[in-house]
Design a protein around this ligand. Structure first.
Ligand code: IPM
Ligand code: MG
Length: 385
């Protein structure tokens, strides 16, 4: 049997640093499970723009289609703020998502027990938070036509179109119901049906599909109410399904309230190769310092193993190795609070500890991994937001 092929797209900012750790963890866990894997790497986003003048080349799109899965770091940076919007790094990401047809974006937001104190919310509100956002990823206002800016200076109009067809809604909603069936069997659909026609249709499609999944309890929330409920009663949510724009916003809110934005992975799934990436961005302010948190990238590799490689066992092994390291108190600067038992480490040291935990288990993690002297969050030299 030929090896499972992963296209690595490190991208920009901290992307290459965290993806190097993820690749090492991925190949190591696959070796322990006798799963043959091979990787190729292409520049992407700003790095592709610098090399080729476009954020994603045709060759990279073709390589993505030909791969079994794609693992991405992050794209973007302030140096690209002034380039032609058509070739901004973000456009490369949108083009890749569309090209792969990965319409279902799974964004788990859960509170890691070891990080419970890191949430901005009271501990009793976040203790059991375990939400799966299912965001529609290749439609809606991100891609709708017409779009543009036109008219004479002083009277210009900027416009975009939020549009969803019935089949587009039905496929993401069915995915979400299916995922809810395997979890706590609650599905919340988020819209703005009190104002927008596109969401009146969305709601009707959800209600039409609901009888196919009689064991799942479904409810509808307006997006403003959902934003409020996330901040006040996050524990009520199981699976949340919504469109592209609301999914972008709400998944960031949910990630932030778990206190662990830096450790959350995501999967984008369609019918072909899946695309896996950390939820966090390229963090240009800390790029190149060796202090970025590689956990979200490693957990994205775990999602890749689960969803694309169908090796749940290896995914669990990787996730346990991360839990072990967090449990042993190892923290990159973004998560370090100085509590007893915590030890601040850099990207590489945490990566080494994860590799170590894969082979030796938690007991030796704390003893073996080296401490790295790096600035604390908030120090003049730290600069982490
Ligand atoms: C995300 C990001 C992207 C999005 C940007 C970088 C285009 O915010 O993945 O959430 O809006 O989808
Ligand atoms: Mg976003």
């Amino acid at each position: 049997m030929s090896a499972f092929h992963v296209l690595m797209l490190p991208g920009d900012g901290i992307g290459p640093e965290v993806l190097a750790v993820a690749e090492h963890a991925l190949t190591t866990v696959c070796a322990t499970g006798n799963f043959a894997i091979e990787t190729t790497t292409h520049p992407f986003g700003g790095a592709a723009y610098d090399a080729h003048g476009v954020p994603v080349t045709e060759a990279t799109l073709a390589a993505a289609s030909a791969a079994d899965a794609v693992l991405l770091g992050a794209v973007g940076g302030p140096q690209y703020d002034t380039v032609d919007p058509a070739v901004r790094p973000e456009r490369g990401l949108l083009a890749l998502r569309k090209h792969l047809g990965v319409y279902a974006n799974l964004r788990p937001a859960r509170c890691f027990p070891a990080l419970a104190h890191a949430s901005p919310l009271k501990a009793e509100l976040t203790r059991n938070v375990d939400i799966l956002f299912v965001r529609e990823l290749i439609g809606g206002i991100y891609f709708g036509e017409p779009r543009g800016i036109d008219g004479p200076p002083g009277e210009r109009r900027g416009y975009n179109t939020m549009v969803y067809s019935e089949p587009e809604i039905a496929r993401i909603v069915r995915r979400a119901f299916g995922l809810a069936q395997k979890r706590r069997k609650r599905l919340t659909s988020v819209d703005k049906a009190n104002v927008l026609e596109v969401h009146r249709l969305w709601r009707r499609v959800v209600d039409g599909i609901a009888p196919e999944f009689p064991d799942v309890a479904v409810d509808h929330l307006y997006v403003d109410n959902c934003a409020m409920q996330l901040a006040t009663r996050p524990g009520q949510f199981d699976v949340v399904v919504t469109g592209n724009l609301f999914g972008d916003i709400l998944s960031d809110e949910a990630a932030a309230l778990t206190g662990s934005l830096g450790v959350l992975p995501s999967a984008a799934l369609g019918e072909g190769p899946g695309l896996f990436e950390p939820v966090h961005g390229s963090a240009p302010d800390i790029a190149g310092q060796g202090i970025a948190n590689p956990i979200a990238a490693v957990l994205s590799a775990a999602m890749l193993l689960r969803w694309s490689a169908k090796r749940n066992d290896l995914a669990l092994r990787l996730e346990r190795a991360v839990d072990d390291c967090l449990g042993a108190g190892l923290r990159t600067a973004d998560l370090f609070t100085g509590r007893t038992g915590e030890r601040q480490v850099g990207t590489q040291a945490l990566g080494d500890a994860i590799i170590d935990a894969l082979s030796t288990g938690p007991s030796r993690v704390a003893k073996k991994s080296p401490t790295v002297k790096i600035p604390r969050v908030g120090d003049a030299t730290g600069g982490i937001q």
